[in-house]
Design a protein around this ligand. Structure first.
Ligand code: ACM
Ligand code: ZN
Length: 521
């Protein structure tokens, strides 16, 4: 009896001590390949035990057949009794390896890691999150904190929605009204502002809510992101979601039947040459700040109502031989695309832009489910998938009655994780799918802590979808790893969703009568 007791105790000790080490099977995203050894190694806090080998012949041979983007980010991480070795072709690859090492370090309070070899590279080249800074301005410290999280998850894109009716969020020297006036609204929340009739004010008003990024703020964010191999995609919306521009500069707004400008118009006026002068000047300043390939020009949900009566829009239609008002949107997109292409930039737009004649170089961001991306890729466009049917992070993540007010139906962690960006895409067009992105619209998310609650852990799922081979992904194993990483994120000060108390329905997708959160309505 005593002997059995001793065996039982030693079994318990060995099991609990094994599970305390950090091991590669706890990583998010799950690596492409790994193997483990017998021993363990405790990482030095100062990193002096990490050696990086660039361009080693054996590693170069191993990644030879990978697509170019995957080669750039590929790494091998070897942890053994003498320390840590990282192999990569580029600094970016070495950085991804360091982030894996960082997550292994965080997974055990003593920083003790099982001996292992990890060979790893991403499935897709675009793995992003969009933050809506117009509807609720969260500022540079928040953005930098989320950049840290994205880096740890080996994501590489942050898209900032900087302009919309609810506030313009970027300093533009040529157009000071954008930040002196329409960056400040009365109404702390989007819906309060809407209920008050969309009032703007100025920064000195004690009732002012809002703010904007100065050019120095953007330089700081860009430099911070660059150190973490994350690109920032700035979005300047056109022609819809642009009421704030008309309010700041009514002289370029559409003209009504009474001959007067309409500052409350939702859309930019496509007939007024002043609109193009405005957009081109703004974009010149944007180009100076954001040293990347892509600029996002919006393009979603134009209402087009005022275009029907505006003399300038009607004149443009006649001159250009247009039959339908929708062609005005195509005219604007093509003109701005050409302007940006001449300056070495590639345009991204929401999927509406495929409807009105789009130059082949333009990239489409599919948001109205997946059909826009399926169509655009078949027509030869590169595509970023961000379907609202899977990866919209302003949607509920658990039972509606448990959660703060959100949008639409439940998109639980399980639902998000189910998504495969190649779903519905014919194999001959797979190469057009650059990757995926989760979008956090903020009409219902006025505060930073709430934004983090909606982001994590669903951003973990987006990171893994974007990185890990599809055939390796399995939800329940992923969910277990999320529970561990959530604890780490909370300790680092992120206000995550409480995955530990997620309803069974959200976990399984099925309604269960034994679910303690279930009640007949
Ligand atoms: C969008 O969600 N309107 C792009
Ligand atoms: Zn007009």
């Amino acid at each position: 009896m005593r002997r059995i007791f001793v065996i039982a105790i030693s079994l318990f000790v060995s099991i609990s001590s094994v599970s305390a080490y950090s091991t590669p099977d706890k990583l998010i995203p799950e690596p492409v390949e790994f193997s483990t050894g017998e021993g363990v190694y405790t990482l030095k806090p100062d990193g002096s035990d990490v050696k990086v080998y660039m361009n080693a012949a054996a590693f170069a041979a191993k990644v030879e057949a990978l697509p170019e983007f995957a080669k750039q980010e590929a790494y091998e991480l070897v942890i053994g009794k003498k320390g840590v070795k990282i192999y990569a072709l580029t600094e970016e690859g070495a950085f991804r390896g360091r982030q894996t090492l960082e997550m292994l370090r965080l997974l055990d309070p003593a920083a003790t890691v099982q001996h292992c070899t990890i060979f790893d590279y991403p499935r897709f080249q675009h793995r992003g999150i969009m933050l809506d800074e117009s509807r609720s301005f969260k500022g540079k410290e928040f953005v930098k904190k989320q950049i840290d999280a994205l880096a740890l998850l080996k994501m590489n894109v942050m898209h900032l929605h900087l302009t919309d009716a609810a506030g313009w969020r970027l300093q533009i020297d040529a157009y000071p009204n954008l930040t002196d006036h329409v960056a400040w609204r009365v109404g702390e929340t989007y819906h309060e502002w809407e209920g008050l009739g969309y009032p703007f004010t100025n920064a000195q008003d004690p009732k002012a809510y809002g703010g904007f990024y100065t050019k120095d703020d953007i330089r700081e964010i860009v430099a911070y992101a660059a150190e973490r191999y994350i690109d920032i995609i700035p979005e300047i919306e056109m022609p819809g979601h642009s009421m704030e521009v008309n309010r700041a500069y009514p002289e370029i707004a559409c003209v009504g039947e009474d001959g007067k400008p309409r500052p409350f118009s939702w859309d930019l006026c496509v007939g007024n040459e002043g609109t193009f002068k405005f957009l081109e000047t703004v974009l010149e300043e944007v180009i100076e700040l954001f040293p990347y390939k892509y600029i996002h020009i919006g393009g979603d949900e134009a209402v087009k109502k005022d275009w029907e009566v505006c003399v300038n829009c009607q004149k443009r239609m006649k001159e250009e031989g247009m039959i339908h008002k929708n062609e005005l949107q195509g005219y604007m997109v093509r003109r701005i695309e050409a302007f940006l292409r001449e300056r070495g930039k590639t345009v991204i737009g929401w999927d509406e832009i495929v409807e009105t004649g789009l130059p082949a170089q333009a990239v489409v961001m599919s948001w109205r489910g997946t059909p826009g991306g399926i169509k655009a890729s078949a027509e030869g466009h590169d595509v970023i998938m961000s379907p609202n049917s899977y990866v919209y992070l302003d949607y509920y993540q658990d039972l509606i009655r448990k959660e703060p007010k959100a949008v639409g139906h439940m998109q639980s962690l399980r639902h998000v994780y189910k998504y495969d960006p190649l779903e519905g895409i014919a194999p001959e067009f797979h190469h057009h799918i650059l990757g995926l992105q989760g979008n956090l619209w903020c009409e219902l998310i006025p505060y930073a802590a709430h934004a983090e609650y909606m982001l994590y852990p669903r951003a973990f799922a987006i990171a893994e979808i974007g990185w890990t081979p599809q055939e390796k992904r399995e939800f329940f194993h992923f969910r277990e790893r999320c529970l561990t990483l959530i604890t780490i994120f909370r300790a680092m000060g992120y206000n995550t969703f409480d995955l530990f108390n997620e309803s069974l329905r959200a976990q399984t997708g099925r309604l269960r009568f034994d679910d303690p959160t279930f009640k007949l309505l």
